[in-house]
Design a protein around this ligand. Structure first.
Ligand SMILES: NC(=O)c1ccc[n+]([C@@H]2O[C@H](COP(=O)([O-])OP(=O)(O)OC[C@H]3O[C@@H](n4cnc5c(N)ncnc54)[C@H](OP(=O)(O)O)[C@@H]3O)[C@@H](O)[C@H]2O)c1
Ligand SMILES: [Zn+2]
Ligand SMILES: [Zn+2]
Length: 352
């Protein structure tokens, strides 16, 4: 065991503050990574504030962070894909059984025995896992990903959650040239969704509650922008979408979006509000529409997404912050005031 610097929350209403945590010494198949950047996902905020208490109650102290890029500092003797000095990335998962049908098919995110990067039972040290708001992490090689060398590292970190969470459903539901695709909510996930939908060739429409984001949405790759609080603007798109990705973090009216789907259209929720959302069944019956959800992605697809980003030079638009500004960043997330992902420069932890 060794000590690592980190930022943790002591309770649901406590601000995040500097601390030290224990990490395991790398075992035979482990990779130790010096964390350079970690993105701030809205899930970090949900978890830190125990907003998902019904599904995943928070264990304190909580060290969040699952959008991790860094440099390998040490590897165990059985590690074959990484060596010290390599770039490496970790997303939302740090372990799974590796033997179930889901794992065998590369859907580790559906493994009944997975381990999330933070707030999940730690098989090695007891207690819970600690995430990326830290200067280092030790992860079994199977869950360590390669970062294309051409990508800016601060902007690459958010690919590990916001990137794969939007890429995976778009690939699954066949987003491609000739399809009309909607992205609801221009936050961390939403802005990656726009970049991917555009890169995949779809006609991309952004739905936002923030009129001030219109120009940015177009710059990010949207073909059209709809202010979702304007009923007339919404009505113009009725029955016309093949696919809508909803990345809103709070309760909102999803029926307004279901009505925008065409025949056999699908709306997929990736946002995770802590309250149930009422669905008007008639909206689904008409035009044989589908309502679905999706969670991150498996390891093969996450690497595929990173390679796709390398090839197409796609990274998140980030506001790089020192870790000392993390509490302020959380408050700004709540006001939809992020352009479009906070990425923590972990060098700032040295002076914390
Ligand atoms: N399924 C998964 O695997 C997965 C992975 C990561 C995150 N998540 C979840 O996805 C959600 C979004 O995460 P994020 O990091 O992208 O959050 P974020 O950066 O805070 O973005 C959320 C966006 O939702 C929109 N919004 C906010 N309040 C709204 C309201 N009252 N009505 C309608 N829209 C509103 C805003 O966009 P506009 O200003 O454009 O309206 C805001 O920027 C969170 O719930 C998170 O936990 C799920
Ligand atoms: Zn996330
Ligand atoms: Zn499994």
């Amino acid at each position: 065991m060794y000590k690592a610097k980190a930022y943790s929350a002591a309770g649901a209403t406590s601000p995040l503050a500097s601390t030290t945590i224990s990490r395991r010494e790398p075992t035979d198949s482990d990779v130790q990574i010096e964390i350079l950047f970690c993105g701030i996902c809205h899930s970090d905020l949900h978890q830190v504030r125990n907003e998902w208490s019904g599904v995943m109650p928070t264990v304190y102290p909580c060290v969040p962070g699952h959008e991790i890029v860094g440099r390998v500092t040490k590897v165990g003797p059985a590690v074959t894909r990484f060596k010290p000095g390599d770039l490496a990335a970790i997303g939302c998962l740090v372990d799974s059984d590796g033997t179930c049908p889901e794992c065998k098919a590369g859907f580790e995110q559906s493994c009944p025995n997975f381990t999330l990067t933070y707030n999940f039972p730690d098989k090695h040290l007891g207690g819970v896992t600690y995430g990326g708001y830290s200067d280092s992490i030790v992860v079994t090689e199977r869950f360590v990903l390669h970062v294309p060398s051409n990508l800016d590292l601060a902007g690459a970190a958010p690919l590990l959650c916001a990137g794969i969470t939007t890429y995976s459903p778009m690939r699954h539901w066949g987003v491609t040239k000739g399809k009309k695709v909607g992205i609801v909510g221009l936050g961390g996930l939403g802005h990656m969704g726009v970049k991917f939908a555009h890169a995949l060739g779809a006609h991309t429409v952004v739905f936002t509650t923030s009129p001030g984001k219109k120009e940015d949405a177009l710059r990010l790759g949207a073909d059209e922008v709809v202010i979702s609080r304007n009923a007339d603007e919404m009505a113009k798109h009725a029955g016309s979408f093949d696919f809508i990705l909803d990345a809103v973090a709070v309760e909102h009216d999803i029926n307004a979006y279901i009505n925008l789907l065409g025949r056999d259209g699908t709306i997929t929720l990736v946002g995770a509000p802590n309250q149930p959302l009422p669905v008007d069944v008639f909206g689904l019956l008409f035009r044989r529409r589908s309502f679905s959800g999706s969670i991150i992605g498996g390891l093969p697809e996450t690497q595929e997404m990173l390679d796709f980003c390398g090839k197409n030079n796609i990274t998140a638009d980030v506001e790089v912050i020192p870790i000392q500004k993390v509490n302020e960043a959380y408050e700004r997330l709540l006001k939809s005031d992020v352009k479009y992902r906070f990425s923590i420069d972990m060098a700032s932890l040295k002076t914390a």
